[in-house]
Write a protein that binds this ligand. Structure first.
Ligand code: GRF
Length: 199
């Protein structure tokens, strides 16, 4: 199974997938990284792992629609069986999803449907929840709204700030993402009528 990862930041989720994909039993290989950020740490991880990467920066395109096409084209070049958003901080246009129907998954650092959006950890902390977590879901046209594939719970500690809580979530998130992507790589993913099934 050909995995293409989209990331915007440090890439600890990408690192976890790269560490897992060397095992033949995993069932898939990361064949490409696409990022919107020229300086993303994920680029260094991909390079060190011998994985091809492409930067598709908004500044290089005359408008949003052109960037939407550019990111979809860059991903398509790698011929993905599964597209994994791992800390990708942009909203993908419906046209992107049309090119990879039922084959885009995302990891989110909260227990969806609670705390969608780009500030999930801050919002959970601000709300005073004592349990939060992470979610791997199929990406649909909404923001963090697609069918849920897997979740893991993470406790919130009294002295947590956003950074300490997010780090604790990311430990669980990396494991959940590797486990869920591995299952999809080995067993397949079916998305029908807004419901997703692995196997
Ligand atoms: C992850 O927690 C992801 O869910 C969120 O941002 C973080 C990215 O971390 N959107 P990394 O770049 O994979 O280290």
């Amino acid at each position: 199974t050909r995995l293409v990862v989209l990331a915007s930041g440090g890439g600890s989720n990408l690192a976890a997938l790269l560490a897992a994909h060397d095992a033949p039993a995993f069932g898939g290989r990361v064949v490409g990284l696409v990022t919107d950020k020229p300086g993303a740490g994920a680029l260094d991880l991909a390079r060190d792992a011998g994985v091809a990467s492409v930067v598709v920066a908004p500044a290089d395109f005359e408008d949003r629609a052109a960037w939407d096409r550019g990111i979809a084209d860059a991903v398509a070049v790698f011929r993905p069986d599964l597209v994994v958003l791992a800390g990708f901080m942009r909203i993908l246009a419906p046209g992107f999803l049309d090119r990879f129907p039922g084959r885009v998954v995302n990891t989110h650092p909260a227990l969806l449907p609670s705390f969608p959006g780009a500030h999930a950890v801050r919002d959970a902390l601000a709300h005073g929840v004592t349990i939060t977590g992470c979610t791997v879901h199929v990406v649909d046209a909404g923001v963090d709204t697609g069918p849920i594939l897997a979740q893991a719970a993470v406790p919130v500690l009294a002295d947590d700030d956003v950074a300490s809580l997010h780090e604790r979530i990311k430990v669980a998130e990396r494991a959940l993402l590797v486990e869920t992507v591995g299952r999809i790589a080995r067993e397949g993913l079916t998305v029908e009528d807004g419901r997703a099934t692995i196997g």
